[in-house]
Design a protein around this ligand. Structure first.
Ligand code: HEM
Length: 256
């Protein structure tokens, strides 16, 4: 978890590393429990978590072919239930901006997948302060020219007041408050894989989650120092977006 932080003031980064798509999408220890949760989520609220526009169908078919090549068992149409990672499918529009055409997101970090489908990436990222200005053009350029045959790995992190994997806004989960204790906070890592779909020209975006009690971050010295520095130096607007403002001073105290 310590490799999520960079020395110096907090800033958003591309943070891309090369990886293997098969390794990301094939079965991991613990996936069975995730699959059981996904089945329940998709039964209770399918419309929030699994959407595919007609234009996304060829991309899903290509993804299914790649999964077979990579030696994973999942097959459409139940892809979302058979696959442990969340996945999103995008394709560039006439202006070269990737547009979200569908996917299956059972474990969102406080965003509503179903409201983003059909939208271009710059619209989706517009709620994140400074992101489009800082990395928008770089991210768009990268995504539309991604070298094929490879996964491009990056990560986002967050702090939450609940260990629940599914943090869809409609669930109204508890939020971080100024009097929170060490045992009430979880550190959430979204491990992401970006993969080019060469036949359709699409983009596959996979997400796997890791959730740790804050006490574990506190016990890992490089991670503790990295998170502390991020909390101390993050611009207010970004802290607001990450739902950290009411608890920021308390979190700094807990990690200090
Ligand atoms: C290289 C490409 C990308 C970069 C550098 C990037 C970067 C980021 C960053 C820094 C955040 C803020 C996370 C936080 O600190 O809490 C974010 C949020 C987000 N990104 Fe990306 N992203 C990329 C690609 C994508 C793609 C392909 C999608 C697919 C739709 C996507 C969807 C989202 C969503 C849904 C959010 C949360 C927005 C919300 O809260 O409503 N991103 N991204």
């Amino acid at each position: 978890m310590d490799n999520l932080f960079y020395p110096g003031k907090f800033e958003f980064r591309m943070g891309l590393e090369r990886g293997e798509p098969a390794r990301f999408f094939r079965s991991h220890t613990g996936d069975d429990a995730l699959l059981a949760q996904r089945q329940k989520i998709l039964t209770d609220h399918p419309e929030r978590h699994s959407v595919l526009l007609p234009e996304g169908k060829p991309l899903l078919a290509e993804f299914a072919r790649l999964l077979a090549d990579w030696g994973t068992a999942a097959k459409p149409p139940t892809l979302g239930q058979d696959l442990a990672p969340d996945f999103l499918l995008l394709a560039p529009n006439a202006a070269g901006m990737p547009v979200l055409l569908g996917g299956c997101v059972c474990f969102p970090s406080s965003w509503a997948f179903e409201e983003k489908v059909g939208r271009p990436l710059d619209w989706i990222h517009a709620v994140v302060p400074t992101l489009n200005k800082k990395l928008g053009e770089k991210a768009r350029g990268f995504l539309t020219k991604m070298p094929v045959g490879q996964a491009w790995l990056r990560a986002n992190w967050g702090l939450t007041a609940s260990p629940a994997l599914n943090q869809h806004p409609a669930l109204g989960l508890p939020v971080l408050t100024p009097d929170i204790g060490l045992g009430d906070v979880w550190f959430r890592i979204e491990r992401q894989a970006l993969v080019a779909l060469p036949e359709t020209g699409g983009i596959l975006f996979g997400i796997r989650l890791e959730v740790f009690p804050l006490a574990e971050v506190r016990a890992n010295e490089p991670a503790r120092l990295g998170l502390l520095e991020a909390l101390q130096t993050m611009p207010d607007a970004i802290a607001d977006y990450k739902n950290l403002t009411p608890a920021r001073a308390r979190l700094i105290e807990l990690l200090g």
